[in-house]
Each structure stands twice: as structure tokens, then as C-alpha cells.
Design a protein around this ligand. Structure first.
Ligand code: HEC
Length: 136
């Protein structure tokens, strides 16, 4: 449905990159696909956390662990499974096929553009909005 609406809006409104990531939708996606492990408040305490061999990290500290800068690209890679680490191939599911697509351009902290799917852009916007203690 979202995809269909998206395609219609592309046809009607022009290029995909005219779209803005939507943190509210990111939160919906987060509750549906991530909170069972990372926790409802993203602090790593979801109901599935205790049966995992590797504890799901606190996702509100991503910026804090990266010199105060939200690591957009690393997080996107982690979600879509392109990260070179064992990580998501191991304990965390690979969401690439599900959230896949290069529908939208997201600016990286470096200023470089990154192509990603709208779903991942929304998740990134949500995750960035819940960072605590990250700003110097
Ligand atoms: C089945 C449990 C599970 C689900 C569901 C899950 N994760 Fe994870 N996630 C993990 C585990 C475990 C790790 C850490 C271990 C690893 O690297 O594999 C992790 C690591 C991460 C990291 C890296 C954090 C860091 O400190 O580098 C990010 C970002 C992340 N997950 C985001 C998400 C998002 C966004 C979703 C939903 C789209 C999600 N995860 C769904 C278990 C899960």
C-alpha cells in the first residue's frame, strides 16, 4: 500500500527525493519490527532480548558512541544487512529484502548523499530523534 502510494506520489509530485523522511512512520515500523528485541523504548530490553546470545544494543546511544554524531550510514547498513559485520546475519534479522529499495536520498553527516528506501529513511529519522546524551 505504502509502495503504491509512493509510486503515485512520485508520478504526481516529481522525483522521489522530494519526499521527506517521516519519523512518525519510522516509529510505527520500529514498534512492529524492532521493539521485540531492542525494546519499546529502544534501550535494548525487548521481550526477546533474554533468549538472544548477543544482547541487542541500546539504540538511544548510537550518537553518544559516535562522538555525538548519529551514524546514519552505519545504522542504515545494519538495518538492511549490508554491514560487513556478522551482526545482522547472526542474531539480528536482515531486513534488506523487506525494506529494500533506493527510493530516497538521505544526507550523511559528511554531507554526502546516500540512497536508501523510504522505510529505512523513516526508521533513521525516528532513531535519530530518540538519541540521548549524544550532543557534545
Ligand atoms: C531478533 C532480534 C532483533 C531484531 C528484531 C532487531 N534487532 Fe537490531 N540488533 C539485534 C542484536 C542482537 C544486535 C547486536 C548484535 C549484532 O551486532 O548482531 C543488533 C544491533 C543493531 C544495531 C547496531 C547497534 C550498534 O550499537 O552498532 C542497530 C542500529 C539495530 N540493531 C537496529 C535495528 C532496527 C532498526 C531494527 C528493526 C528494523 C532491529 N534492529 C531489529 C537484534 C535485533
Amino acid at each position: 500500500m505504502r509502495k503504491a502510494l509512493f509510486l503515485i506520489s512520485v508520478l504526481a509530485a516529481g522525483p522521489a527525493w522530494a519526499q521527506e523522511p517521516d519519523p512518525a512512520n519510522g516509529q510505527v515500523l520500529y514498534s512492529r519490527h524492532c521493539s521485540q528485541c531492542h525494546g519499546p523504548d529502544a534501550k535494548g530490553n525487548g521481550p526477546m532480548a533474554e533468549i538472544l546470545a548477543i544482547a541487542p544494543p541500546d539504540l538511544t546511544q548510537l550518537a553518544a558512541h559516535n562522538d555525538g554524531v548519529f551514524p546514519t550510514e552505519a545504522v542504515a547498513r545494519q538495518i538492511d544487512g549490508r554491514a560487513p559485520i556478522l551482526a545482522h546475519g547472526g542474531e539480528m534479522p536482515v531486513f534488506g529484502p523487506f525494506f529494500g529499495g533506493d527510493d530516497i536520498v538521505v544526507p550523511l553527516p559528511s554531507g554526502q548523499p546516500m540512497m536508501t528506501s523510504l522505510a529505512i529513511a523513516d526508521l533513521l529519522a525516528f532513531l535519530e530523534s530518540i538519541q540521548t546524551g549524544g550532543k557534545p
